[in-house]
Design a binder for this molecule. Structure first.
Ligand code: PDD
Length: 305
């Protein structure tokens, strides 16, 4: 989105107050700005109702614990914040980005001078993905860049330090893909830059296990339970890229993508590999519909498919 300012929110929520986003709201000494010292969540709101809010709050708490912080506001305050930032921007369908940083502090890595965390909520309209992506599937690219090692900045922490993923995304775009796929240091598959990866192989739904070093996606968990409800066998473990190339179906999951089919993959040598028949597979379509049915049940939002 090149002219993002057109979608500039009317109000943003900063530490308990709705303020004008054109005025400086966060200090230039904020450690989120200076060092990426903070965490975030991206929450989808459908027809005015946040979807899977509780799991997002739980992961926020885990991420904060992972960086030695605690959730600075109570659950009720944050729930109200989500609702009020949506209402202040007159949005029913949208995305709320909730950021928590260690706050303002002296230059240097020692966080001792940080007195108060910064909490910012932004609400923006949901920019829907092109329908053709769901109908024909997207292309994913195995990139050179590896996912952060689990024993460095653990990918299970949804941290503001996204540069590795941004570089991976740039590499995948250069190679004509909509999403990058990253391996870990041992060469096992982890996830995309903003999504988790699944594939169907021998009629079994497979996905890299959390110990491969990846984000415990909220959508990933929902899709795993939907699959079990359909009696689709599920397997979590260590996967090599070749397992993906021979899969019958591949798809990505995330809060904003929901269930996005992948119909071609560029391998590490730059070769284009078709997945299955090259068309959106049955399970990808079925799980997307199941996922949306769940959204309808939880929020009332109606979908065309
Ligand atoms: N991205 N893996 C990574 C690295 C992610 O950043 C995300 C989420 C996911 C999927 O997680 P979930 O199902 O909880 O959205 C997996 C969000 C959408 C973002 O970065 O805005």
């Amino acid at each position: 989105m090149r002219n993002f300012k057109k979608t500039m929110p009317k109000k943003i929520w900063v530490n308990g107050r709705l303020v004008d986003p054109r005025r400086p709201a966060v200090s230039v000494f904020d450690r989120g700005f200076l060092y990426g010292d903070g965490v975030y969540e991206t929450i989808r709101v459908y027809d005015g109702k946040p979807f899977q809010l509780e799991p997002h709050f739980q992961r926020l708490a885990r991420s904060l614990r992972g960086i030695g912080m605690r959730v600075p506001f109570g659950r009720a305050v944050l729930g109200d914040a989500v609702a009020s930032v949506m209402a202040a921007n007159r949005l029913a369908d949208g995305v709320v980005r909730l950021t928590v940083t260690r706050g303002e502090g002296a230059l240097g890595f020692d966080p001792a001078s940080c007195r108060r965390p910064t909490v910012v909520l932004l609400a923006v309209p949901f920019a829907s993905h092109p329908a053709v992506h769901y109908e024909k599937g997207v292309r994913a690219v195995f990139v050179r860049l590896r996912r952060n090692a689990k024993n460095a900045l653990d990918p299970s922490i949804k941290s503001l330090n996204n540069l590795n993923n941004i570089l991976a995304k740039m590499e995948s775009m250069k190679k004509g893909g909509q999403e990058a796929l990253m391996l870990n240091q041992e060469g096992y598959l982890t996830e995309g830059t903003i999504s988790n990866i699944f594939f169907i192989s021998g009629g079994v739904l497979k996905t890299p296990s959390l110990d491969c070093g990846l984000l415990d996606g909220v959508t990933r968990s929902v899709v795993l339970s939907l699959a079990k409800r359909r009696s689709l066998a599920v397997w979590e473990g260590r996967c090599r890229p070749r397992h993906l190339f021979s899969a019958e179906e591949v798809f990505l999951t995330s809060t904003t993508l929901e269930v996005m089919p992948v119909t071609s993959v560029v391998d590490e040598q730059g070769r284009l590999r078709r997945i299955g028949s090259g068309q959106v597979g049955e399970w990808s379509g079925r799980l997307l519909r199941d996922y949306r049915r769940l959204i309808t049940k939880a929020t009332g939002k109606k979908f065309k498919i």
